[in-house]
Design a protein. Sequence first.
Length: 461
Amino acid sequence: MLREEWRIHSTLFGSAGFALFPLLLVFFAFAGALFWPFFSDVLPAQTAVILIHSCYLLAGASVGGFGLFGREVMNRRFGQASLIAYSSRSLPVSEQAILLGFFLKDTVYYLVFWVFPFVAGLALAAPFAGIPVLSAARMLATLSLSFLLGLSLTFILSTVYVHSPRILLGILVLAAAGAAFSVHSLNAGVISLLPTLGLYYRPSFLLLLATLLLIIVPSAISVRFLKVEYREETHRFPENLDRLSRIFGWSPDAHLIAKDALDLNRSDGGAGKVVFSFLFPVMFIWVALFVLLRFIPVLSQLMVFAILLGVISSTIYNWVTEFDLFTSYAFLPVEVGTVIRGKLQSYGLLNLVSVAILVAAGLGTGQVALLVPALLTFASLSFYAVAVTVYVGGLSPSIMLYNAKVYLPYLGLIVPVLIFLLFVSIPNPWFALLSLLLIPPGLFILRKALARWTAWEQPSY
């Protein structure tokens, strides 16, 4: 499975581009640690540690949930390609053995690819940034455990979902209620709720044992009670393309938007799959902002949320482009730029979910007076971020962004703008309206992107 993972990714965008991606993480961790002392007043060490561990917990959860959210995407992207994960259908190998191998493969692969490079960058910068070497060593252990904790918890939740979605909903409600009770009634902090953070600050054998049990037991239950169904029924749907095209008649690309709507609706989970996979990082950002406000009370929670939401919402475009390839349109009289334009309009419609979330956040926090600048900041930054995504990734951003040669210019165009807007919003939230200046360069980048990908020979992944 490890060789297969390497073969798939290196085939998509070359061995060199794929191999350079961990080196990017080393560089960014090194640079972040090196310059952290200059920003330590704004981002205290404890806050940074909490955010890093939370990010790796979320990364593990995302990897573990890919099988649940991305099953049909993989089928559409790779067609009838025979992967090792499907070999139980033709070879005398049990599904449990394959799932165990898959779990171990993900553990090794993502630790080497995501965790080790980040910690290596911290370790290289430690002598210059005044970071104790033992802190980097503890970070290696606790970040690895955070990632595995997210991976194992999502595995067990996926198993519960396959057996009974209602039980899963009940578990999630109880977990949310328990966390809220712990925070408000027991005054438990983030460190108490996340055991790997406790290990980082107060390492003990009992806490280590409890963390390992939280990883091993759910994973073992997932493997033991795995439920695999090979459905052979034929799905039949009514013909709705013309009806949807009339609904989207305001657009010259109505049929392309209608096709995206049909793809989303007819895939497993429907449009909710896209929305909920987007809501997880949004929920994490909202919770992280509550932590940051304890250390940086001058931050405007709504404005910072609008800025971060503008960048995160651009990932909806990645989902819209997952369901088909340009080869499905190659025999039609349409250009690549026309298809991209249709995808962008579908993205804009789905992005109304982000607008609703931002409005709800403004009403919920009582910051109604900042709703107008927050919405304008969100809209301009979201437009700029998706324009950059289209320029570097075209119709395959989820695949292209794993290429270090593509990811580096993407970060170079996004991160400086993001940091600038976050800092200028600290003295006065209205200063974030400088984001409106991103609209002209966004339009320029988008025009260049459409011309670039129209002239580019489209790959067949």
